[in-house]
Design a protein around this ligand. Sequence first.
Ligand SMILES: [Zn+2]
Ligand SMILES: [Zn+2]
Length: 281
Amino acid sequence: MKIILGGVRGTSCIAHSDWMAYGGETTSILIEGDAGERVLLDAGTGIRRLGRRIDAGAACPELLLLVTHYHLDHVMGLPPLPLLYRGGAKLIVGSVRRNGLSAREILPRLMAQPFWPVRMEDMAASFEFLDLPAEAAVRPHRFGTLEIRWCPVCHPGGCTAYRIDAPATGASLVFATDFEWGRSSAAEKEMLLRLCREPGPPGALVLDGQYTRRQYPEFAGWGHSAWEDDVEIARAAGAGLLVVTHHGPQNHDRLLATIEAELTREMPGARLGRDGMEIAL
Ligand SMILES: [Zn+2]
Ligand SMILES: [Zn+2]
């Protein structure tokens, strides 16, 4: 299993020279399974880079796109994705309902006037939808040889954390962004830790670390965690590798380099995510 981080910036994309070392694209991750499966997690602006990689592969790709939630930084890369304008591409969109609406109802609102000139129904790609139950998955959803589990996390309007396992190789990833550890209830913390621990400790843990604990009080209630929270979770989960993502837009490269030095002092081997980072599991 291979993981490619297309975008690691939280809240809004940034194109500025002081933000380019870690990257300015918003959340989108590609998982390549050993049997050729391709799973996208979110469709922020980072999906552009991932789309190019997918385009360079199989002629008629079938993709599973799992959406954590529909805040704009997690879906704004979808309307301009070239793949959607090419016949033969098939996108299966899986998500929990938000505001009572499924992906089948939400996405055509985004891809239609006045937000976007091309209606979703007029795009060349075909779409299928997977309505996931909001509560933690009891049984995994299978996609090729991969197993997918999920649970709700604490975020304004709700958000979903996902776990992808490749039972054939033992590789596993937990991806939890847009969650606020500082305001999570005991039940929410327990659910996320269970997702991290079962069926076994995750090979990689990619977590929202938008702030430092020094910055957090100014943003309490905004739905994000500090990197120190991620270290706590990674230790409790026995994770092989911690990657901190969803960097706050206020955190430029020099600040992120300082944070990364502190992070690796706390947890050697842990890293801050960067646009284009590849992790082989
Ligand atoms: Zn976000
Ligand atoms: Zn959000």
